[in-house]
Design a protein around this ligand. Sequence first.
Ligand code: IMP
Length: 201
Amino acid sequence: MKLFLASGNAHKVAEMNSLALAGGLAVEIVSAKAAGGMPPVAEDTGTFIGNARKKALALKAILPDEAWVLADDSGLCVDALGGGPGVESAYYAGPLGDGAANLRKLVEVMRGVPGEKRGAYFVCVLLLAGPKGAEAVFAGRCDGRLSQEPRGGAGFGYDPLFVPEGCELSFAELGDTVKNTLSHRGRAWARLAEHLLRLTS
Ligand code: IMP
């Protein structure tokens, strides 16, 4: 089964393909680029589900109705920022969606905030859109805290600053294989995988 990923982020295609492989699923994640390019979408619904639906439907509109599309919307919710940047995570430092600038901004905004006030969690919503308006939604969450300084070179986005619960290392230090077993996307994926197993068997 082919799933077109409604995202322009090449890292997400790789991460989701490795999740599919690890779960032994007969699923191939195909980039939106291979389908002609991800149409521009304003992520302005204010909710993870609403944004995921908008992305899925935008890509579905340029594919045949039989195609299956997977959309992902995710973000980092920081307790000290009242849950922000949340749905705005990708554009925290500006409309260009520059991951390095977003990370730098969060490091600065959180400078001096003591350890006990550095709680945060990642959220991921996966939305599967299929033929004849079929839709299923799967969510995952990963609780943790923000380190004082970014650490590690793996992953993307806020990974160098986020330390998942029960760990001392950041996502960017843990690396993708370990990250996938703990992450919001890994958890949402596990729920999606159960659904895909039923669809493909
Ligand atoms: P979107 O889901 O592509 O709209 O963007 C989500 C944004 O949240 C990304 O651009 C990152 O800034 C952040 N984000 C979501 N998941 C992760 C993750 O696993 N690691 C680091 N940052 C993430």
